[in-house]
Design a protein around this ligand. Structure first.
Ligand SMILES: O=C(O)CCC(=O)C(=O)O
Ligand SMILES: [Fe+2]
Length: 320
């Protein structure tokens, strides 16, 4: 079973939509991951976002760290903050559309770029919604917009763009951490843009494999909310970035767009006639009736709010 790669260029054509929906959904049932090609986000805009991210991450740490992530999930999180030990930097752009430039604690670098980032988020969201329509079609739900309607872009602030930089270092940090601990995403659909390979995915046969990184393709994966909601018909798959897959002296840049349902959405598994086993994820059980907001808060807490270990001397970053 090879890693799914699906051409979605005809996703808007009524004649082709169902066939594409079935392929995408099958990949999500088996793998919970797929690569898509032929999407409508222009490569030049993706490249521009990567360039902005690179310029920002190259600023001195003392400067970036003065603008930490806020309650709307907008802001910076430096290396060794996730779980107190993982080596990567993130710049988060959550919040409702238009929120970025109105964020008081935003690093000055981003004020001028806010419109571009908002426009990029909007394009990502449109693609997420198309994926959600595919799932409803392939699952033969009475309303093809069932999932999509819970993901109106203006309705909730759970949609986030996360720019990521895994820095190259002179030596491996002795924190006992990784680059990104294994986890499943909390929301519905994640779009991952990769400049370099390095992500490992738990394959259907239980081996960790390196996710392909192919030019102009987007890696798509699903989160726990959608998986639970679909009665596990759709899969949320574990993934991670280790120092074996991405050695300390190699830089890697990615961007993840997390499409999430409105935080008040109540999750009840929808598959009629199918009983679902216990849903266990990221270290806890998920029960029917949980809201998307509660689930997200639990997962964010388990991944990001772990107590910080005692500081250790950190090797210098190499700029490549
Ligand atoms: O950078 C990557 O390849 C993965 C990012 C990721 O899994 C996440 O941000 O949830
Ligand atoms: Fe993830």
């Amino acid at each position: 079973m090879s890693f799914p790669l699906i051409d979605v260029s005809k996703i808007d054509s009524p004649d082709d939509q169902l066939a594409i929906a079935k392929k995408v959904t099958e990949a999500c049932q088996q793998w919970g991951f797929l690569l898509i090609k032929g999407h409508q986000i222009p490569p030049s805009e993706i490249e521009e976002m990567f360039s902005l991210g690179k310029a920002f991450f190259s600023l001195p740490e003392e400067q970036k760290s003065q603008y930490p992530i806020n309650e709307d999930e907008i802001g910076y999180m430096g290396s060794f903050k996730d779980r107190g030990k993982d080596d990567k930097m993130s710049m988060w752009f959550g919040g409702l559309p238009g929120a970025i430039k109105n964020t008081p604690g935003l690093h000055p670098f981003w004020y001028e770029q806010a419109e571009k980032v908002e426009a990029f988020k909007h394009k990502c969201h449109s693609l997420v919604v198309k994926m959600l329509v595919c799932f409803a079609l392939a699952m033969e739900l009475p309303d093809k917009d069932f999932f999509a309607n819970a993901h109106l872009e203006n309705a909730g602030k759970g949609n986030s763009l996360r720019m990521l930089m895994y820095p190259a270092r002179g030596e491996q940090p002795q924190t006992g951490g990784s680059r990104m601990a294994q986890h499943t995403d909390s929301g519905s659909v994640t779009l991952l843009f990769q400049k370099q390979a390095g992500l490992e995915v738990l394959s259907p046969n239980g081996d960790w494999i390196k996710a392909p990184c192919i030019e102009d393709c987007i890696l798509v994966n699903l989160g726990d909310a959608l998986s639970f909601w679909s009665g596990t018909h759709l899969k949320a798959t574990l993934h991670r970035v280790t120092f074996d897959g991405l050695p300390h002296d190699q830089e890697r840049q990615t961007m993840a767009y997390f499409g999430s349902a409105h935080p008040d959405t109540v999750l009840q598994p929808i598959m009629a006639g199918k009983t679902m086993g216990k849903y266990h994820s990221n270290g806890f059980d998920i029960e029917p009736g949980i809201t998307v907001g509660q689930l997200n808060a639990m997962i964010m807490k388990s991944i990001y709010k772990a107590p910080e270990p005692a500081p250790v001397p950190l090797p210098a970053q190499i700029f490549v």
